[in-house]
Design a protein around this ligand. Structure first.
Ligand code: GLU
Length: 452
C-alpha cells in the first residue's frame, strides 16, 4: 500500500511557520517512504476561504521545496460529504440539536458548579413533539451532532470507552469518548465543520497516515469513531508538537511576521526556514541543512518531542547566515543581479562570509563601487604615505599583503593601527570582508582616489 499523507490547510489566511512544520513533516515522511503527498484545501468555510490564499499556500510550499503529488479541494467533494452525512443520519448516528450557544453555555456552567465535566447532555436525542414545535415556531434551525459510541445501547448512560492508537510521534495514545461531548458536525446554516469532510476525504483519497499538530489529539479520538461509523479502518496518526513565538505565544494566521510569505520577502533561504521548522522541537540537533534531500535523510518523525517548541527568529538568522556562507556563485548569481550587486564570482566569494542574507551583498557592492572614505584626522598623513606605496597593477589577492608589508616597513605601524585606517578609507566601514579579497575589486584607480 502506498503511504499517502495530506497537508490540509484551510485557505483562510497566509500560512505561517507552524503550518510549514506540518507540511514539511508530511512531505518528508512521504518522501522517506516512497509515498504520495496530497495538498488538500479544507475550504468548506465558503465565507472565509479565498482563492488568493489557496494560491499563496501553493506558492509558499513551492518556495519551501514541497511539490504536491496531488491537489484536492474539499469544496468540490460535497456529494461525498452529503452521502456520508446521509449514512450517519440513516444509522441514527447524526442527530439534530436546537440549543442556542447561550443555552449550551448555561448548561456547561451548571455542570461546572456541580464539579462535573462540560459534556453535552444529549437532549437532542429525546425532544418531545411540544419542544420541537416550539423550536420550529421560534424559527430555530438545527445543528447536527455525531453520537459517540460510548454507551452499550442506551446513549443516556455513557461509559468509559477508550479509543487507542499508536501515534507515530507520541507512542500509544488513549482518548476516553465518555469524556467528550458529541461533536457538532453540521452547523445551523447547514455547513459542515471540518471534522466529517476530513474523514470522508481521508477515506476516499486513501490517506494512510494523518500527520498534524497535537492540538488535534482529541479530534483524533472522535475521528477514529467516525471512520469506523462509516465502515472504514482508521489510518495511522502522528501528532507533532506545535511551535510558539519566542515569547511562547501560539502562532496564528494573523501573526503576519512569521508567515512564509513574509519570511520569503525578507530574503530568508527556504532551506534555513525548512531546517528550523523541521528540526526544532526534536531530540536531534537544529542545524542548517543545505538541501531537502539531506533533510529527508536526516529527519526522524519519532525524534519529535512532546512539548511545544519556540521558534526564534534569531536562531533562523544564524542558520540562514550559515547557509549563505556556503552558497556557490551559481546558486545566487540571478538574485545578486536583482539585488543590484552585479559583481562576479570573485566578488561573491569575497563577501559571502560577511552576509546574513544573500541580498545584503548589495551593501558591499556599493562599498566597492562607491564608498565614502572615512579618514580620521590623525591618520591623514599615514593614509597618504600608504597611497604612495600602492603597487602597480595587475592586482590579485596577494596585492594587499605586499602593499601592507611595504606600508608597515615605512611607517612602523602594525596590527589594527595599520589595517583599520586603510579599511575605513577604502570601504567607509570599520568591519567587513577580507581586504585582500576586495582590494583587487576596488582596483588601483579607485583605491588611490579614496586614499587622497
Ligand atoms: N484543516 C484542518 C486544520 O487546518 C486540518 C486538520 C487535519 O490535518 O486534519 O486544522
Amino acid at each position: 500500500m502506498t503511504i499517502t499523507v495530506r497537508f490540509a490547510p484551510s485557505p483562510t489566511g497566509n500560512i505561517h511557520i507552524g503550518n510549514a512544520r506540518t507540511a514539511l513533516i508530511n512531505w518528508i515522511y512521504a518522501r522517506q517512504n516512497a509515498g504520495s503527498f496530497i495538498l488538500r484545501y479544507d475550504d468548506t468555510d465558503k465565507a472565509r476561504s479565498k482563492q488568493e490564499y489557496a494560491d499563496g499556500i501553493a506558492r509558499d510550499l513551492a518556495w519551501l521545496g514541497i511539490k504536491p503529488d496531488r491537489v484536492e479541494r474539499q469544496s468540490e467533494r460535497s456529494e461525498a460529504h452529503e452521502a456520508a452525512t446521509q449514512k450517519l443520519k440513516d444509522s441514527g448516528l447524526l442527530y439534530a440539536c436546537y440549543e442556542t450557544a447561550d443555552e449550551l453555555d448555561r448548561q456547561r456552567k451548571r455542570l461546572a458548579m456541580r464539579g462535573l465535566p462540560p459534556v453535552y447532555n444529549r437532549a437532542g436525542l429525546s425532544y418531545n413533539a411540544e419542544e420541537l414545535a416550539k423550536f420550529e415556531d421560534e424559527g430555530r434551525k438545527p445543528h447536527w451532532r455525531f453520537l459517540l459510541p460510548n454507551h452499550k445501547g442506551d446513549p443516556s448512560q455513557p461509559e468509559r470507552t477508550e479509543i487507542h492508537w499508536d501515534d507515530l510521534v507520541r507512542g500509544p495514545q488513549t482518548v476516553d469518548l465518555a469524556s467528550l461531548s458529541d461533536p457538532v458536525l453540521i452547523r445551523e446554516d447547514g455547513s459542515w465543520l471540518y471534522t466529517l469532510p476530513s474523514v470522508v476525504d481521508d477515506i476516499d483519497m486513501g490517506v494512510t497516515h494523518i500527520i498534524r499538530g497535537d492540538d488535534h489529539v482529541t479530534n483524533t479520538g472522535v475521528q477514529i469513531a467516525i471512520f469506523e461509523a462509516l465502515g472504514a479502518t482508521a489510518p495511522g496518526f502522528g501528532h507533532h508538537n506545535l511551535l510558539t513565538t519566542a515569547s511562547g505565544e501560539g502562532l496564528s494566521k494573523r501573526l503576519g511576521s512569521l508567515s512564509l510569505q513574509a519570511l520569503a520577502e525578507d530574503h530568508y533561504e527556504p532551506m534555513a526556514v525548512a531546517s528550523l521548522a523541521t528540526l526544532i522541537g526534536t531530540s536531534g540537533p537544529v542545524e542548517a541543512v543545505a538541501t531537502m534531500d539531506e533533510l529527508i535523510s536526516r529527519f526522524d518523525i519519532a525524534s519529535v518531542t512532546k512539548s511545544a517548541a519556540k521558534f526564534d527568529v534569531s536562531e533562523l538568522d544564524k542558520l540562514n547566515a550559515k547557509l549563505v556562507h556556503e552558497l556557490s556563485f551559481g546558486a545566487v548569481a540571478d538574485r545578486l543581479t536583482v539585488a543590484g550587486a552585479v559583481g562576479d564570482e570573485a566578488f561573491w566569494l569575497a563577501v559571502r562570509g560577511n552576509l546574513d542574507k544573500v541580498e545584503d551583498a548589495a551593501f558591499w557592492w556599493q562599498k566597492i563601487e562607491n564608498a565614502a572614505p572615512q579618514i580620521d584626522a590623525e591618520d591623514t598623513e599615514f593614509v597618504q604615505t600608504a597611497a604612495g606605496l600602492l603597487p602597480a597593477e595587475p592586482w590579485d589577492e596577494t596585492t594587499w599583503g605586499t602593499w601592507t608589508a611595504a606600508v608597515k616597513e615605512v611607517t612602523g605601524r602594525k596590527g589594527k593601527g595599520l589595517f583599520m585606517p586603510l579599511r575605513k578609507a577604502l570601504t567607509g566601514e570599520s568591519h567587513g570582508p577580507e581586504l585582500a579579497a576586495i582590494l583587487p575589486l576596488i582596483g588601483r584607480e579607485r583605491t588611490l582616489a579614496r586614499l587622497s
